[in-house]
Design a protein around this ligand. Sequence first.
Ligand SMILES: Cc1ncc(COP(=O)(O)O)c(C=O)c1O
Length: 344
Amino acid sequence: MANTVVEEALSKIPRVRLAHLPTPLESMENLSQRLGGPSLIVKRDDCTGVALGGNKARQAEFYFGQAVAAGADTAITTGAFQSNHARMTCAYARKLGMACEIQLEHRVAGKGNSYLNSGNVLLDRLLGARIHEFSDGEDEKGADENLARIAAAVAADGGKPFVIPLGADHPPVGALGYVEAADELLNQATAMDINIDIVVLSSGSASTHAGMLVGLRALGNKARVLGVCVRRDQAAQAARVLARSNATAELAGLPVTITEEDVLVTDSYLGSGYGQLTPEAREAMTLAAECEGLILDPVYTAKAMAGLIGAVREGSIDSHETAVFLHTGGTPALFAYDELLTGS
Ligand SMILES: Cc1ncc(COP(=O)(O)O)c(C=O)c1O
């Protein structure tokens, strides 16, 4: 079969291949029936394989493509304390023979010992990361600036640092992983004779959202992509997704323009903010587990699933439509949320 425009474009960009791809595409028949609505399907990106999986594996492939090309020996990045991205960065670094230094930001108020030491932090330590702390988790620019200081210290010690920043003013290298995921998803849908009407995903730094949107449109697919906000309100997130999408298309060399009409986001499931559990997220975790044996995380995928359930209940996804839920992983954070041990 001839290469798609996406395969063609991405073949020119450095990457490493460590993720287990393609990830499964599976029906969620029991949940569809329980909600009495559309056909629901899950794209299992929690099964990308490396260090307990998740969406960040696809993104890391392109960042580490650059790191290897640059001859780096130390990977450096930043994220919230329970960052899946930081954990995945450590795992890729280790597999590729590099050291890793991660900056963990105090972004979620009111959390105790488990949040600061278990879940992803436990895995970071197991992976041998050197951990730095950053006090203001809302200061995205300041966090990135501090990465430059950490990198300077590594270089002063004779190391060759490679920095993965998170701010929106840097090229969306990680989003390329989701441009490819869109291609993978459409291939699977075709093989299974499925026509996808909508993809629902968690929208944070917006790399996943932007990559999926650009990939689908580049392939001529018009499916809606609904991003459920996990960090910002919908006005701020929509602006970020729009800008990151067009930057992604440019970086990939794909002749696609994303417009405001393409960008669908909702902040109705954000609750009091990043990393804070909501009743809707709890219900989503329970329904996914009881109906499908599917485990969601409290920070990202439970809110995205709450968004999908809400859209079905309010009728913004029709009963004759097919919706794909992108399971982006994040499961280690379950063990950092003591409040899940109780009914409160
Ligand atoms: C498990 C999980 N899902 C979704 C997201 C959101 O992805 P993005 O940052 O690309 O918007 C993240 C980001 O940290 C994540 O860790």
